[in-house]
Write a protein that binds this ligand. Structure first.
Ligand code: HEC
Length: 154
């Protein structure tokens, strides 16, 4: 039995080392700054700060990768969040969205923020600055709602 545990431990150690060599896409593609959401909506300063600290790491090409983004298994989770996040909603290519899609995304943003689904919980655990207070949550959700109404043509 002791032998089994020793081999299991060695196996795990080797697997963990091997995992470090899995190639991951830790990129920040270049995009036209004119396509950026904050620029396009001329978001007020407080909203800009909240978007940059609470959303842009996963929903833009301005991801700030922390040092542990280089260490597996954390890196796998982070890279997946960023790729998935951009796929669903990319603030760096915002103006390329057709009007209907943009309006729908704004509605989703208001909902996700209001309900506390975004930013993702395990992100705010390590990025306490992205944890929204009640007031910040309301400010951001209300602003998204107002932008949604504008985009809808109301
Ligand atoms: C840690 C990474 C991360 C952060 C930070 C983050 N998101 Fe997300 N977001 C995701 C991922 C991953 C998905 C896709 C999977 C899902 O819906 O859970 C997503 C999905 C969404 C969606 C759904 C889009 C769609 O139409 O499918 C919206 C809206 C959204 N996020 C808004 C926000 C807003 C607004 C913020 C900032 C307040 C934010 N997110 C912060 C990772 C993140």
């Amino acid at each position: 039995m002791r032998k089994f545990f020793r081999y299991a431990l060695i196996f795990l150690a080797v697997a963990l080392v091997g995992l470090q060599f899995v190639p991951l896409k830790r990129d920040n593609p270049t995009s036209d700054p004119a396509q950026d959401f904050i620029t396009a909506t001329q978001a007020p300063a407080e909203v800009t700060t909240l978007l940059k600290t609470a959303c842009y790491d996963c929903h833009s090409h301005k991801t700030v990768y922390p040092w542990y983004a280089k260490v597996a298994p954390a890196s796998l989770l982070i890279v997946n969040h960023v790729q998935e996040g951009r796929h669903h909603l990319n603030f760096s290519t915002w103006t390329t969205y057709p009007a209907g899609k943009a309006a729908h995304k704004l509605e989703e943003c208001a909902e996700e923020v209001e309900e506390g689904h975004m930013p993702i919980g395990n992100y705010t655990w390590l990025h306490s600055e992205a944890k929204l207070s009640e007031a910040q949550r309301k400010l951001l959700a209300d602003w998204f709602s107002a932008e949604y109404k504008k985009a809808k043509g109301g």
